[in-house]
Design a protein around this ligand. Structure first.
Ligand code: NDP
Ligand SMILES: O=CC(=O)O
Length: 351
């Protein structure tokens, strides 16, 4: 009797154990479980046999990585952002790429708004005085500012940006945004489109929620910060390299802007001696936008589902390069095979 081998999925780093257990119910898994980053050459060797790849950062996914992977049918990663992936290379190779949009919108928006609220009331600095037994010595210049009746400018008003805007409205803020294209639902979300310069001049809080692309790389440079209000708060939850870090440090130290709150930095992680860590008016958290147990679970299961679908040539639930996603025709073919089985055709006869 013909025994079909299970598809082989390579995972090049550590991911949640429950997601791996789920994946193993459907496919064979070969995982790099060392704490060190998997050497690229070793990964390339493993991919020779692989049907699928669960990509774990840091990893540059490009034509070179997959050139000796003749069976590869899908690559997926537990993240919305795919700036480490050359999508065109995968499309050229006919490989669909799955990301995890949607399931993290509210969680990332909560973190973005937590940064805004925490920074606006200087929670960290004030809490430190209390914790260090210096309540009474707290200097009077560590003042917060109100969010109500202020303007939030979102750069990159997509799925997460909209969720941030809803929270801002609940705090009594006016929301303006800049994208390459104005949205057609401004009435619904009570938002206003602005060109970038106007947004920077208008906003009391500027929040970057755009993807990292060639266009957005170092978008926040010296000129960008010069156009912001001196009293403004700058927040980045998009990607670190959208910001020219040196320009940000300079803007914070010279008073060009008042304060920054960052979930993402360039580089990541920040080395212990990085100059950004010495800047007093800057709050940094270690890229925890989607990092809650429930949301990381949802992202991991969606990634596993995309991989399981892809290795069986079924449509990925969330695919970036939809033009090479597996289409219904594959399903139709399977339904046809099921029908054949039902009428007693022994498919192994055709192997
Ligand atoms: N810190 C964290 O943990 C997380 C960070 N992220 C980051 O957030 C990004 C956005 O996620 P999500 O909201 O789901 O993505 P979406 O694709 O829904 O939204 C992205 C938005 O950015 C806009 N945009 C793209 N290019 C530019 C540009 N050059 N200038 C201005 N706006 C631009 C797009 O509009 P248009 O096409 O009209 O320009 C779109 O509205 C991700 O790519 C990722 O990098 C996501 C999740 C967690
Ligand atoms: O940074 C996280 C992501 O989902 O993108």
């Amino acid at each position: 009797m013909h025994m079909e081998r299970k598809p082989l999925v390579v995972v090049n780093g550590l991911v949640r154990k429950d997601a791996i257990a789920y994946l193993k119910e459907h496919v064979e898994v070969r995982q790099w479980t060392e704490k060190t980053v998997m050497p690229r050459e070793t990964l390339k060797e493993w991919l020779v046999e692989a049907d699928g790849l669960w990509s774990v950062r840091p990893l540059d996914v490009d034509a070179d990585l997959i050139k000796n992977a003749p069976n590869l049918k899908v690559i997926a990663q537990a993240a919305v952002g795919y700036d480490n992936v050359k999508i065109d290379d995968l499309t050229a190779a006919g490989i669909p790429y799955g990301n995890t949009p949607g399931v993290l919108n509210e969680t990332v928006a909560e973190l973005a708004f937590t940064l805004i609220a925490t920074a606006s009331r200087r929670i960290l600095e004030n809490a430190n005085f209390v914790k260090n037994g210096r309540w009474a010595q707290r200097p009077s210049n560590i003042k917060g500012f109100d969010l109500s009746r202020r303007t939030l400018g979102i750069i990159g008003m997509g799925a997460i940006g909209v969720s941030i805007s809803r929270r801002a409205r609940a705090f009594g803020m006016t929301v303006v945004y800049h994208n390459r294209h104005p949205r057609n639902d401004d009435k619904l979300y009570k938002t206003t489109y602005m060109e970038l310069d106007e947004l920077l001049a208008t906003s009391d809080v500027v929040c970057v929620m755009a993807p990292l692309t060639d266009e957005t790389y170092h978008m926040c440079d010296e000129a960008f910060f010069r156009k912001m209000k001196n009293t403004a708060l700058f927040v980045n939850v998009g990607r670190g390299p959208i910001v020219d870090t040196e320009a940000l440090i300079n803007a914070l130290e010279t008073g060009e802007i008042d304060y920054a709150a960052l979930d993402v930095t360039d580089p990541e992680p920040l080395p212990a001696d990085h100059p950004l860590l010495c800047v007093e008016n800057c709050l940094i958290v270690p890229h925890i936008g989607s990092y809650t147990d429930r949301t990381r679970y949802d992202m991991s299961i969606l990634t596993a589902d995309n991989i399981i679908a892809g290795v069986h040539k079924k449509p990925l639930k969330t695919c970036v390069n939809e033009e090479v996603n597996y289409k219904k025709s594959v399903l139709t073919e399977e339904i046809a095979l099921e029908e054949l089985k039902k009428v007693g055709v022994d498919l192994s006869d055709f192997d």
